[in-house]
Design a protein around this ligand. Sequence first.
Ligand code: SF4
Length: 449
Amino acid sequence: MPPWRYHRGFGQKALAITAIRLARAGQFNPDAGGWQRADTQVEDAMLTIEHPQRPDDDVHEILAAVPDPHAPILAHPVRRAVIWTGSHTAGDHRCWSHSWPHSRTAGTGGSMTTPSANRAIQRAYTQVRTSTGQILLTDLTKTRLGAVQNRFFRLFVPVKRSRLRLPTGLPEFSGMRHLATLSDSPVLAAARLGGHWSDHNLAAICHVAACNLRCPYCYVEFRHLSAQDSFQASAADLISAFVALRRERQQAGEQLSILRISGGEPLLVPEFIADVHDELRRHDLAEVCLLKVESNMTAFAYALESAPVGTAARLHSIGGLAVHVTIHPTPDDADWPRVLMGLRRALELGIDVYPAIGGAGWSDAHLSSLYTALAELAPDLPLRLAVRPFNLSYDALTNRRGLDRYAVPAGPSPSMRWEQLTSAKRGRRYLQCPRHLVSLGDPAKGAAS
Ligand code: SF4
């Protein structure tokens, strides 16, 4: 039996056995006594088994029967297998995982068989990379987005009263916390860089040119999520453009101190994020600018494993990289375990995580599962959650299907429902204090391997 690692903290009681989506290439069938080969290509190294009658101990029987990943029964080597037990929706699940040593080629992504990836992740991971080691950014001059400055950047004012984007975690705005949309990057920038938040109310945004998801409410046109209208750039190119834009804004009397990497999905290219931070340091900007990364977190675990060796250690060495995570999948979605894996890995690397959800489409049971999952990752992480209804008025959303379910629902706002949970479980109001003051605890030791 391989040395499976049990992640305590994913739940307390697991009577049902739910091992999720092990692979389309190899389906685990306990009644047939083991693995069966399927015809499709490996997409994911997890499989789902519902076996509610079995006691928890029988998990070991299942794990013992998992074959050597290099055995010919699987068409491709598997790097890691993950089996979940229990029920996600009941919030009592546990996660068992095992990783096998594997070789990889720096910059190529190596074998495309990492368990936590599906085809959309693999495709986006490949799409955004070039053979020269540069990545693809969306040429913003070819988009309909506003305040575009050049092909690299558009400008954005995070706090804008007219749009009700406010730092509602601050005491002076707390009365608006269920009405306004939380926008707190300037608050974090002020805490890190000094000054008042209003000194940091300007961000330059660039867009990584691919994403593995296609959220109906995404304000980016879908063709810009599959590398169309893109150009190749290195981190050095990006920071040169940022320096020039910063100088330009300074001459106009504005301070540009937030660099926001958006997309698309920036954590498809974690090594690029580390490169950008290195470039900021090289230009003596790391202490005067906030690097903020946005992510859906579904691809991070895969991308981290597939990225050049040392990428995790480089991210860890940044020491508190700010990553704003919008959690799009609900707990009954196939991507949910990927989000949790990504968040776990991010926290292990000391990443300063700021989670958010749109709220619409999240039932009370979903919110409860979310609370449990976040609290198991870090006890106070639920107190960092922002509930931000999506803005459905963007041009890009014209003719998108399935938007109805993301409209703000009648009745208590989703943030009020979230506050019921934080009040009941921790005696804290929603956004009772600025999110950067909510501790994430100590990052796991030895995680930056
Ligand atoms: S994850 Fe973000 S970038 Fe990707 S489709 Fe969804 S909203 Fe758009």
